[in-house]
Design a protein. Structure first.
Length: 142
Protein backbone atom coordinates (compact mmCIF):
# COMPACT_ATOMS: atom_id res chain seq x y z
CA UNK A 1 0.00 0.00 0.00
CA UNK A 2 1.41 3.37 -1.03
CA UNK A 3 1.35 6.14 1.57
CA UNK A 4 2.12 9.65 0.41
CA UNK A 5 5.13 11.08 2.31
CA UNK A 6 3.25 14.22 3.33
CA UNK A 7 0.60 12.11 5.08
CA UNK A 8 3.09 10.59 7.52
CA UNK A 9 3.19 12.73 10.65
CA UNK A 10 5.47 10.73 12.93
CA UNK A 11 4.89 8.04 15.54
CA UNK A 12 1.55 7.94 17.33
CA UNK A 13 -1.01 5.41 18.54
CA UNK A 14 -1.33 2.06 16.74
CA UNK A 15 1.83 2.47 14.67
CA UNK A 16 3.86 -0.74 14.32
CA UNK A 17 7.64 -0.42 14.77
CA UNK A 18 10.47 -2.91 14.39
CA UNK A 19 12.66 -3.63 17.41
CA UNK A 20 16.32 -3.49 16.40
CA UNK A 21 17.98 -4.67 19.63
CA UNK A 22 18.51 -8.22 20.89
CA UNK A 23 15.94 -8.05 23.69
CA UNK A 24 13.75 -10.74 22.11
CA UNK A 25 10.95 -8.58 20.73
CA UNK A 26 10.51 -8.26 16.96
CA UNK A 27 7.52 -5.93 16.50
CA UNK A 28 5.87 -3.46 18.88
CA UNK A 29 2.74 -1.34 18.64
CA UNK A 30 2.81 2.18 20.06
CA UNK A 31 0.24 2.81 22.79
CA UNK A 32 1.30 6.26 24.02
CA UNK A 33 3.92 8.91 23.30
CA UNK A 34 5.39 10.12 26.59
CA UNK A 35 5.83 13.81 27.49
CA UNK A 36 4.97 15.13 24.05
CA UNK A 37 3.21 18.48 24.43
CA UNK A 38 4.68 20.43 21.51
CA UNK A 39 3.74 18.18 18.62
CA UNK A 40 0.15 17.24 19.59
CA UNK A 41 0.99 13.66 20.54
CA UNK A 42 3.18 12.82 17.55
CA UNK A 43 6.56 11.35 18.44
CA UNK A 44 9.84 11.73 16.59
CA UNK A 45 13.37 10.31 16.86
CA UNK A 46 14.54 10.27 20.48
CA UNK A 47 11.08 10.34 22.06
CA UNK A 48 9.97 7.68 24.53
CA UNK A 49 6.87 5.63 23.84
CA UNK A 50 4.84 3.03 25.70
CA UNK A 51 4.38 -0.01 23.49
CA UNK A 52 2.94 -3.52 23.43
CA UNK A 53 5.04 -6.40 22.10
CA UNK A 54 3.16 -7.81 19.10
CA UNK A 55 5.71 -10.40 17.96
CA UNK A 56 8.63 -11.90 19.89
CA UNK A 57 11.24 -14.59 19.40
CA UNK A 58 10.32 -17.92 20.94
CA UNK A 59 12.04 -18.60 24.27
CA UNK A 60 13.79 -21.98 24.36
CA UNK A 61 13.65 -24.25 27.41
CA UNK A 62 17.32 -23.62 28.19
CA UNK A 63 16.89 -19.86 28.03
CA UNK A 64 13.69 -19.97 30.10
CA UNK A 65 15.46 -21.77 32.94
CA UNK A 66 18.31 -19.25 33.20
CA UNK A 67 17.68 -16.30 35.47
CA UNK A 68 19.68 -13.83 33.38
CA UNK A 69 17.63 -14.33 30.21
CA UNK A 70 15.61 -11.38 29.02
CA UNK A 71 12.08 -12.69 28.83
CA UNK A 72 10.17 -10.39 26.51
CA UNK A 73 6.93 -12.08 25.61
CA UNK A 74 4.07 -11.25 23.31
CA UNK A 75 1.62 -8.93 25.05
CA UNK A 76 4.16 -7.32 27.40
CA UNK A 77 3.84 -3.56 27.91
CA UNK A 78 7.26 -1.91 27.72
CA UNK A 79 8.85 1.46 27.19
CA UNK A 80 10.92 2.15 24.09
CA UNK A 81 12.79 4.96 22.39
CA UNK A 82 12.21 5.76 18.73
CA UNK A 83 15.40 5.45 16.65
CA UNK A 84 14.05 5.65 13.06
CA UNK A 85 10.89 7.14 11.55
CA UNK A 86 9.27 7.26 8.15
CA UNK A 87 8.60 10.93 8.78
CA UNK A 88 11.31 13.14 7.29
CA UNK A 89 13.52 14.88 9.85
CA UNK A 90 14.94 18.28 8.95
CA UNK A 91 18.55 18.77 10.01
CA UNK A 92 19.89 22.24 10.93
CA UNK A 93 21.78 22.43 7.63
CA UNK A 94 18.55 21.90 5.65
CA UNK A 95 18.91 18.22 4.74
CA UNK A 96 15.91 15.90 5.06
CA UNK A 97 16.51 12.43 6.52
CA UNK A 98 13.82 9.78 6.00
CA UNK A 99 13.95 6.03 6.71
CA UNK A 100 11.98 3.17 5.18
CA UNK A 101 10.43 2.04 8.46
CA UNK A 102 9.74 2.96 12.07
CA UNK A 103 12.11 1.34 14.56
CA UNK A 104 12.54 1.37 18.33
CA UNK A 105 14.83 0.09 21.10
CA UNK A 106 13.23 -1.36 24.26
CA UNK A 107 13.98 0.17 27.67
CA UNK A 108 13.52 -0.94 31.26
CA UNK A 109 11.96 1.17 34.04
CA UNK A 110 15.30 2.90 34.70
CA UNK A 111 15.53 4.12 31.07
CA UNK A 112 18.33 1.64 30.31
CA UNK A 113 18.41 -0.57 27.23
CA UNK A 114 17.02 -4.10 27.62
CA UNK A 115 19.26 -5.49 24.90
CA UNK A 116 23.02 -5.42 24.67
CA UNK A 117 23.36 -5.01 20.90
CA UNK A 118 21.70 -2.99 18.15
CA UNK A 119 21.24 -4.48 14.71
CA UNK A 120 20.43 -1.61 12.41
CA UNK A 121 20.90 1.98 11.37
CA UNK A 122 19.91 4.74 13.82
CA UNK A 123 19.51 8.48 13.44
CA UNK A 124 22.27 10.85 14.59
CA UNK A 125 19.61 13.03 16.25
CA UNK A 126 19.59 10.57 19.17
CA UNK A 127 22.89 11.96 20.43
CA UNK A 128 21.42 15.46 20.74
CA UNK A 129 18.45 14.10 22.72
CA UNK A 130 20.56 12.30 25.33
CA UNK A 131 20.67 8.76 23.93
CA UNK A 132 24.44 8.53 23.35
CA UNK A 133 24.56 4.91 24.56
CA UNK A 134 22.28 3.82 21.70
CA UNK A 135 24.37 5.75 19.17
CA UNK A 136 27.60 4.21 20.46
CA UNK A 137 26.25 0.65 20.12
CA UNK A 138 24.75 1.13 16.65
CA UNK A 139 26.67 -0.28 13.67
CA UNK A 140 25.81 2.73 11.50
CA UNK A 141 24.59 6.24 12.29
CA UNK A 142 22.92 8.43 9.65
Amino acid sequence: MYVHPLRIFGVSHNIIAQVIDNSGALLVECVNVLKQKVNNGWGSVGDEIVCVVKRARPISAAAASSTTALKVRRGDVRRAVIVRTKKAITRPDGRLIRFDDNAAVLLNNKREMLGTRIGGVVSADLRMKGWGKIVSLAPKVV
